[in-house]
Design a protein around this ligand. Structure first.
Ligand code: NAP
Length: 113
């Protein structure tokens, strides 16, 4: 039986980083949390696919609180750049609510061992 959670809790005012947000679970998570009023940062490796996903999410939610940032979790340079930009943004002054890591970046764990 498929999952069928129907809650409508608001996360208005909260900031969420969703990795792997251009497709699959990450995209659905970004969409659902945008519907609930969150500020969503879509962290995507493939910016072209990310822009397409961002367009669809904005069209569906009419939210102006969703943005796209480049993030390749297999590259420490990319992670550091993403974190620096986040820390320097207005968003960092507000609380980061959650990081939702839905990317299939198994290469990162391989590099760490
Ligand atoms: N779908 C399921 O039923 C299910 C069930 C249990 C667990 N999971 C796990 O949940 C995760 C997501 O599943 P999914 O079905 O949504 O997978 P998916 O559709 O293949 O999406 C994977 C996402 O991860 C991104 N990604 C891969 N490597 C990355 C990297 N180095 N840096 C940044 N992003 C990277 C991909 O971006 P690009 O477009 O750039 O490739 C894509 O956005 C996977 O780890 C999967 O094993 C899935």
């Amino acid at each position: 039986m498929p999952a069928s959670y129907k809650g409508e809790e608001s996360i208005e005012g909260k900031t969420v980083i969703v990795t792997g947000a251009n497709t699959g679970i990450g995209k659905e998570t970004a969409l659902e949390l945008a519907k609930r009023g969150g500020r969503i940062i879509m962290g995507c490796r493939n910016i072209e696919k990310g822009q397409e996903a961002l367009k669809q999410i904005v069209e569906e939610t009419r939210s102006d609180q969703v943005c796209l940032k480049e993030l390749d979790l297999s590259s420490f340079d990319s992670i550091k750049k993403f974190a620096k930009e986040f820390n320097e943004s207005k968003l960092a002054a507000r609380s980061l609510y959650v990081i939702c890591r839905s990317s299939s970046d198994s290469c990162l764990s391989r590099k760490l061992v």
